[in-house]
Design a protein. Structure first.
Ligand SMILES: [Zn+2]
Length: 194
């Protein structure tokens, strides 16, 4: 899908269904077909073609005329013939940048949907809202949106030197630019100072 713009939508724009991009996950791993050092995301009309019955799926939007979906498979599902489950990080460079970015979007929507089937406030099953990407609780009214985790990251220079840091859980010898998650009420600059 290189070069084609993804347009996020809440519902398929037409009843007609053609081939669609399917980002199918088992846990955090994406279903791909690997060939000659590249990895390919299924571009098919239905997951039936792969013999897969997902736990649930989410319509994400369109690329050109093609619909884009994410889907979640049960942990016990084996990959179809010639395909494999692959961690997204391992696919960096093996799929084009546009597809990789869409895979990142897909896993977040899939994971949010998986994690918000029940209200975090009162435990009631939630319902998908049609007017926005959210799930609402019919009992207490709490609305659950996809969760974003803002991060600040900066590369500090001094002449030809860089200021790096390491965390105790890093692999030996590994250093990083200064980075951290933003806490409630913090500015991006305050994150870096902390
Ligand atoms: Zn509730």
């Amino acid at each position: 899908m290189r070069g084609e713009t993804f347009i996020p939508l809440l519902a398929p724009p037409q009843a007609q269904r053609g081939e669609a991009w399917w980002f199918v996950f088992r846990g955090a791993n994406l279903l791909v077909r690997k060939a000659e050092g590249r990895a390919h995301v299924p571009f098919i009309e239905s997951l039936d073609e792969l013999g897969l019955a997902p736990v649930r799926s989410q319509f994400l939007g369109v690329v050109g005329a093609a619909h884009v979906y994410s889907a979640e498979c049960d942990e016990s599902v084996e990959p179809p013939a010639d395909m494999t489950w692959a961690g997204l990080r391992s696919l960096f460079g093996a799929i084009d940048d546009d597809t990789f970015a869409l895979a990142g979007r897909a896993i977040q929507i899939m994971d949010w949907d998986r994690s918000h089937q029940f209200c975090g406030r009162c435990g009631t099953p939630t319902e998908r809202k049609l007017a926005e990407r959210s799930r609402a609780c019919p009992k207490c009214g709490q609305v659950h949106y996809p969760r974003l985790a803002p991060v600040a990251m900066a590369l500090v220079h001094r002449g030809d030197e860089l200021l790096l840091a390491r965390s105790p859980h890093f692999a030996p010898g590994m250093f990083s630019a200064l980075a951290g998650f933003v806490e409630p009420g913090e500015s991006l600059e305050q994150v870096l100072v902390r």
